[in-house]
Ligand binder design. Structure first.
Ligand code: CDP
Length: 796
């Protein structure tokens, strides 16, 4: 296989950033990727999960006799079988306990009841039908808004201290200050709004191949994992297999978007299957299982209020949220933040007072609450504040761009501590908004809109301005199940100066093999082609918390930089010995150590690495080679931001929305690979258009999931997504070693509000001030009619 050419890179220049093609694409475009389902081991067996058709029912009995008699079945186990091994329940990432296989009750449609292991996938599926389950149906609790009513069915009667369905009450901000600001305000606007339950829906579903070596006792897992190290620790704690005897390989992943952060019952069942049979067991979810039972995202019922002066100065914000967590509290977010980072809901504005309260409840729905391409509930926060800002603009008859410009944080206010305590690191918000307005031709668009309205055409222009907080830790404030959020990097330099970087984060399509090679290449003055990036294998990489919440570049990227700088400093000592000068006489210039005042005398990393492995007498402080490692504990989150403008055309007869243009100006600090950054933004905009216009996992009153296939849960295609017009500003993060901020999720976070603001703007002549996502043709049409969304769906 040929080597994919990179851009004309001068290895000595010390400048490796830039839009070089992705190294990993060499295998992807040739169909040579290796996904979990590509793993095939000798003697491998196949697992299948029996799932509950009911949302809430007591299990009277489970009879697997006929399934066990199937000639191709090697093992069947039920909740009772797992209970005998102490494995019927497992911890969630939020410290709750989730049933691996149900023993007492089923608590959501699609919940796992039994696991069959057979010699082929089809026999495993067939045998599921031979298992008979006797259910005693119970009233399901589907509408989160009734979860706290007296007499509501109690979902979690397994928890000794749980009497109702309340999981937590959590608040942030200063209530008294916010109330006082509201009381003094000239104008107050408020609204109920829903951020519907959505699903990350990666192209590749979840899966695992579990291989317990009965001779060595080593358990090897090829698994769809965004956090292999954290998963290994959890498996060790759950199964009792010592951690050093567990190896997790997370090979190529077909997307994750947060959905591959949690542990799922199917993973543990495959492990037990391998332990029981002594053979490798593969379990691969199908699409419906993925949509119905793996982790959902969002599901926030919000009431927001904004207070302002008559001339549009935002004074305060308040929010009350009911968070539907489903049947088990399995959200994936730092332990001290039960509502994630939702309290960043003051957004990008200079707001002096804010208060929010969030109540989490159980319902008979699948568990989850993962950060779907967002840093822990920032999406919900941005949506709330950006919808409220548009409503305020309408109320005050101020143009929404002008209102934002009046309230955006000014560059001189950074570092800025918002009313709920986040310290934003850096930003030039007005510049980003101004660039977006210029790119859009905003004034011209407004003129066109007026002309069209006069002709009875409904065109919308929607803005959103977002600030994200990405790159969790710091470790002292953020952990998941007691594992602090820091990440390691190991950098080895071969005698010829080629490098291997082991990282604890795991790419799911973001191009880490390229950008992390660029990071090291930039620091060491070598070519990105000369750096191999190893990830996704716990035996070959250092410990770290994994990839989600756009934390790879801010945390693991920083670890790689620190390790590379250690290598560079060690190389200085060796170079000094080579030159026979003092280390202080050297300077790092254009990717080489040079003698000050004599720039022709220079050694690059390749020369120095070879010398370090030679018989050269090594200086004090150098043991023999240049290798180095680092663990990075971020001092703060990084705060990327952006200004988005969405132009839509709405057909009032059918309710159809066409996204005509999408202008996105993003600032993620210094860009390592601008092409990859733009690719991330393209994907995120498609996410946002999908969420805003067509996606929601909804349930009927019995708890039947109505979004269990791609016929119901729609994915946006190139037909629905215009080619976006991208702009950038660069405001480096002051605390990141190269000034980079995360970008992976910005567009998913920022875009839904722009789309909804655009549609609501188009519908203004009908008096529409708000309509809940997803703005399907039917929902748009209902909004035009002044009617609420269907009340029989638990969505409204
Ligand atoms: O954690 P995740 O990889 O999902 O998000 P990220 O750290 O924002 O990075 C997404 C991709 O964009 C990675 O390949 C990054 O290295 C790259 N990136 C970049 O080139 N420049 C930035 N300032 C931020 C990210």
């Amino acid at each position: 296989m040929g080597v994919i050419p990179t851009h004309a890179h001068d290895p000595g220049s010390g400048e490796a950033y830039g839009p070089i093609p992705r190294k990993e694409d060499a295998r992807f475009v040739r169909g040579k990727g290796t996904y979990v389902d590509d793993i095939s081991l000798p003697g491998m067996l196949y697992g299948a999960v029996l799932r509950s058709p009911l949302a809430h029912a007591r299990i009277v009995s489970v009879d697997a006799t006929a399934a066990r008699a199937h000639p191709k079945v090697q093992a069947v186990f039920t909740g009772e079988d797992l209970a005998r091994r102490g494995l019927a329940w497992m911890p969630t990432l939020s410290g709750d306990m989730q049933a691996v296989l149900a023993t007492d009750k089923v608590r959501f449609q699609g919940q796992e009841i039994a696991f069959v292991v057979a010699t082929d996938r089809y026999a495993a599926r067939d045998a599921l039908e031979l298992i008979s389950v006797d259910y005693e149906p119970l009233t399901p609790l589907i509408d989160a808004r009734t979860a706290l009513d007296p007499g509501a069915p109690v979902v979690r009667d397994d928890l000794p201290d749980q009497s109702g369905n309340r999981i937590f009450d959590w608040a942030a901000g200063d209530k008294a200050a916010a109330d006082a600001a509201f009381a003094a305000a000239d104008v107050v606007v408020g609204c109920d709004m829903i951020y519907p339950r959505s699903h990350p829906a990666p192209l590749e579903t979840c899966g695992i191949v579990a291989d317990m070596d009965t001779v060595t006792g080593k358990l090897t897992l090829w698994s769809t994992s965004q956090a292999p190290h954290a998963h290994r620790t959890m498996y060790a704690m759950i199964t009792g297999v010592p951690e050093h005897m567990i190896r997790i390989v997370s090979p190529d992943l077909g997307g994750g978007f947060g959905a591959k952060v949690p542990l799922y019952p199917g993973y543990l069942c495959a492990i037990v299957g391998s332990m029981v049979t002594g053979r490798p067991v593969k379990w691969i979810e199908d699409r419906s299982e993925n949509l119905m039972s793996t982790a959902f995202a969002r599901d926030y019922h919000m009431h927001g209020e904004i207070a302002a002066t008559a001339d549009g100065k935002i004074l305060a914000l308040r929010a009350r949220v009911l968070a539907d967590h489903g049947a088990f509290n399995a959200t994936a977010q730092p332990a001290k933040f039960p509502a994630g980072f939702f309290h960043i809901f003051t957004g990008s504005y200079d707001v002096q007072a804010a208060f929010c309260e969030v109540t989490g409840v159980f319902t008979n729905k699948a568990p989850g609450g993962v950060a779907y391409s967002c840093s822990f509930r920032v999406s919900e926060a941005v949506y709330l504040v950006e919808r409220l800002t548009d409503m305020l603009a309408r109320e005050l008859a101020i143009d929404p761009a002008e209102l934002r410009m009046r309230n955006l944080l000014r560059p001189e206010q950074f570092p800025y501590t918002c009313a709920t305590g986040w310290q934003y690191d850096s930003g030039d918000y007005p510049r980003a908004l101004q660039l977006a307005l210029t790119m859009a031709g905003y004034d011209e668009l407004r003129r066109e809109q007026a002309e069209r309205r006069a002709r009875g055409e409904y065109m919308g222009i929607g803005l959103s301005f977002f600030t994200e907080g990405v790159g969790a830790g710091p470790r002292g404030q953020m952990d998941i199940l007691g594992l602090a959020m820091a990440d390691g990097a190991d950098l080895r330099v071969h005698p010829t100066g080629k490098a291997v970087l082991g990282i604890s984060v795991q790419t799911q399509g973001q191009g880490h093999e390229t950008t992390f090679a660029q990071i090291v290449a930039h620091e060491l003055g070598i070519s990105p082609d000369d750096v191999e990036v190893v990830h996704g294998d716990t035996d070959r990489t250092p410990f770290g918390l994994g990839t989600y919440g756009s934390r790879s570049t801010p945390v693991s990227g920083a670890a790689a930089i620190v390790a590379a700088r250690k290598v560079r400093e060690r190389a200085r000592l060796v170079a000094a010995a080579m030159f026979e000068v003092a280390p202080d006489d050297l300077e790092w210039l254009d990717g080489k150590w040079r003698v000050r005042g004599d720039p022709d005398e220079a050694f690059g990393i390749a020369d120095i690495a070879l010398a370090a492995h030679s018989s050269l007498e090594l200086p004090a402080g150098v043991e023999g080679h240049l290798d180095a490692s680092a663990v990075y504990n971020p001092p703060n989150l990084t705060f990327p931001f952006g200004a988005y403008i969405c132009v839509t055309d709405v057909d009032p007869g059918t309710g159809e929305v066409k996204v005509r243009r999408f202008i996105a100006v993003d600032d993620c600090g210094v860009r390592i690979n601008p092409m990859i950054v733009e690719g991330q933004v393209h994907r995120g905009l498609a996410d946002g258009i999908g969420i805003a216009l067509m996606q929601a996992i909804v349930f009927d009153e019995l708890g039947n999931c109505l979004g269990g296939s791609f016929m119901d849960y729609l994915l946006p295609t190139s037909m629905e997504c215009p080619s976006p017009e991208l702009g950038e500003t660069v405001t480096p993060s002051p605390h990141h070693p190269i000034g980079a901020k995360g970008i992976g999720e910005s567009a998913t976070v920022g875009s839904p509000a722009a789309v909804v603001n655009s549609v609501v703007d188009a519908l203004a002549p009908f008096g529409v001030t708000h309509a809940d996502m997803p703005l399907t043709p039917a929902n748009v049409w209902r909004a035009i009619q002044g009617r609420p969304i269907r009340p029989d769906l638990a969505l409204s």
